[in-house]
Design a protein around this ligand. Structure first.
Ligand code: GRF
Length: 185
């Protein structure tokens, strides 16, 4: 399917998904990267591989609906079928949820329903859990709450945020590609 990746940060998940498509491990067409952050590194990654980018500042719109309408226009123009959220730091609203029912996927760096929201890895370390992980799920109106598609456990490296983060990101890149491939085949 034709899909758009929504991201607000470094875009390592976008890169992993793009690389999987390029090497034939994932069948799909990444046609657009949507971001709310002009200086996000994901923009550079998209430009480097020739994927179109849509950079929109939510604060330039009077309502969330207006912001999402603008995104939707572009998605329709490009005949996008699926939305893949990868570090998109905004709640998806009704305009996009209604336009893509059960066609929006998100990845979250914890074993949901534990540690939803921001800094899930920091939350896990603070709670002293020994095992955390990664979840891929369908998106609904809540914060990291939709139906779970896949999960993978990751052992916490005691008091080492960097190492724990590294493990989680490596798992994310594998799990997202695998889950999308299953979802789309
Ligand atoms: C990932 O940990 C993802 O699970 C979370 O935000 C991070 C995005 O990383 N929602 P990147 O921008 O894909 O490198």
């Amino acid at each position: 399917p034709r899909f758009a990746v929504f991201a607000s940060g470094s875009g390592s998940n976008f890169q992993a998904i793009y690389d999987a498509v390029r090497t034939g491990r994932l069948i799909g067409e990444p046609v657009l990267v949507v971001t709310n952050k002009q200086d996000a590194y994901v923009v550079k990654r998209a430009e480097a591989v020739g994927v179109e980018t849509l950079v929109l500042k939510p604060t330039s719109y009077s309502t969330k609906d207006a912001y999402e309408q603008e995104i939707l226009k572009k998605l329709q123009e490009l005949q996008v079928e699926w939305l893949v959220l990868a570090g998109y730091m905004r709640l998806v609203g009704n305009i996009l949820l209604d336009a893509f029912p059960n066609r929006i996927v998100n990845i979250h760096p914890s074993l949901l329903p534990a540690f939803p929201g921001k800094d899930a890895i920091g939350q896990a370390l603070k709670h002293g859990v020994k095992v955390t992980g990664v979840t891929v799920h369908l998106v609904d109106a809540g914060m990291d709450t939709g139906p779970i598609l896949s999960q993978y456990a990751v052992e916490v490296v005691a008091e080492d945020r960097e190492k724990t983060e590294e493990r989680i990101h490596a798992v994310e890149h594998e799990l997202y590609v695998k889950t999308l491939q299953q979802l789309w085949s």
